[in-house]
Design a protein around this ligand. Structure first.
Ligand code: P5A
Length: 441
């Protein structure tokens, strides 16, 4: 992509309304634009990041055997009357009436809609287990939308729903989600710690929130510091194995880690003092087991092996896809801007031509752009008639993992400069070796 032909509305000034780094940087880097309180347009650079987050979420969901579908954002109120949540949900729900005076709502979550799909089409235990998920916009009329996409009113969520014959199978689905979430966040370069939490309006007994530690997080958390040493890594796991998934759950939730809603000071004090931590965290996901809370009132039953109809056991599982864009920046930035982990970066590498219009520099940049593209890398080439300093500042701000600086002085020696955004380290390298270097490992 040539920057001169792209749409990257970078802001020079720090926007006054932004209180935290990620919000500030997303606005300054031209990733988002507020449309109304808590409602954002995703500009091209931000949209690329959002798509990358979605891609990882889709891949990891499907690796765990979950099936994608797409449900609408608007839902009929009647389904929520069946579950009893229509009145219970309160003012966070955006209620709409259509021209025929039918009560509708913009979905804050989809337990009712998916249960309706299930009961219409599944009637035998032989079709279980089943987990369906989608990535779709939600609306919650939050009292205090803030921090940009972190607490939006309209926000993108991955929400999945499992249907199982028995409580034991549904708990396996819960454990399987815990494992797949650990993998998902780690792939994005984030450590998200599962913490025992409160189930709120979704309901149920068992629930864990996944929190990314950050000073600007909205939740207060209490944990044993030993938990931060746990790494899921890329270990192979059989998602169908109850024992393997349970073992991971036990490994990652044996130590004390709780949000303020479930914090138990007496238990906390049993941890050696030097390991006790009180900190803040960003909630990037939550998993629930709620048994027959929806299936019973809504009549989502299957015929069991003995021929009797039984309500299915369910759970739901959410990842804050749009919030993750903010959380990733909170965890990865410095005073000059964003530092994207490679897997979610909007482009892998930026090319800065320090002397636009110089025949040799232009030709070298174009050659690099073509070679890197051919090697499967996504390239942003800053070909604007701009001062080198301004180009460097833009690259630092938008945080691409690698920068290649091309100028006549280097080219005279047959080299360009390759800079790592995170470490700031630079090396001189022959242009023809760059693609190989960046695709190794
Ligand atoms: C699980 C999926 C649910 O809604 N029903 C379907 C369950 N869970 S949840 O915890 O309420 O939301 C899941 C994740 O969505 C993100 N999130 C938000 N992101 C941005 N702005 C908001 N206002 C917002 N509210 C929730 C969080 O990451 C949360 O963990």
């Amino acid at each position: 992509m040539r920057l001169s032909r792209y749409f990257l509305p970078v802001l020079r000034e720090t926007p006054a309304e932004a209180q935290i780094a990620s919000h500030r940087l997303m606005l300054r880097a031209g990733m988002i634009k507020q449309a109304a309180a808590g409602i954002y347009s995703w500009l091209p650079l931000g949209y690329r990041v959002l798509r990358n987050i979605e891609r990882i979420v889709h891949e990891e969901q499907q690796r765990a055997g979950h099936i994608p579908l797409l449900m609408p954002t608007l839902q009929p109120a009647d389904l929520w009357r069946e579950s009893g949540r229509y009145d219970a949900y309160g003012p966070e729900m955006l209620r709409i009436r259509d021209r025929h005076d039918r009560d509708m709502l913009y979905g804050p979550t989809n337990e009712e809609l998916i249960t309706d799909i299930f009961r219409s089409h599944v009637s035998s235990y032989k079709d279980l287990p089943l987990t369906l998920y989608h990535i779709q916009w939600k609306f919650r009329d939050e009292v205090r939308p803030r921090f940009g996409v972190m607490r939006g009113r309209e926000f993108l969520m991955k929400d999945g729903y499992n249907f199982d014959l028995t409580r034991e199978d549904a708990l396996h689905a819960y454990n399987r989600h815990l494992v797949s979430y650990l993998r998902t966040y780690e792939r994005m370069g984030l450590q998200a710690i599962p913490m025992r939490a409160d189930s709120g309006p979704i309901g149920g007994d068992d629930t864990h929130e996944f929190l990314v530690l950050a000073e600007t997080g909205e939740s207060e958390v209490f944990y044993d510091s030993a938990i931060t040493d746990l790494k899921f890594g890329s270990r192979a796991i059989d998602y169908d194995s109850h024992a393997e998934c349970r073992a991971v759950l036990e490994e990652f939730t044996s130590r004390y880690a709780r949000t303020d809603e479930t914090h138990d000071p007496a238990l906390f004090e049993q941890i050696p003092e030097e390991r006790r931590r009180v900190a803040r965290g960003i909630e990037v996901g939550q998993i629930f087991y709620f048994g027959t809370k929806y299936s019973e009132p809504m009549g989502a039953t299957v015929q069991g092996p003995d021929g009797k109809a039984v309500p299915v056991h369910m759970g739901s599982h959410g990842i804050g896809v749009s919030r993750l864009a903010g959380a990733l920046i909170e965890a990865n930035h410095d005073e000059r801007g964003i530092i994207w982990p490679r897997e979610v970066a909007p482009f892998h590498v930026g090319i800065v031509n320090v002397k636009q219009g110089d025949a040799a520099a232009d030709a070298a940049c174009e050659g690099l752009e073509a070679a890197l593209g051919k090697a499967g890398l996504e390239v942003l080439y800053d070909d604007r008639e701009e001062r080198a300093g301004a180009k460097f500042a833009t690259m630092d701000l938008i945080g691409l993992p690698h920068r290649i600086t091309v100028g006549p002085r280097g080219l005279d020696k047959g080299v360009v400069e390759l800079t790592d955004r995170r470490t700031g380290e630079s090396e001189e390298i022959k242009p023809e070796l760059v693609a190989e270097r960046l695709t190794q490992g």
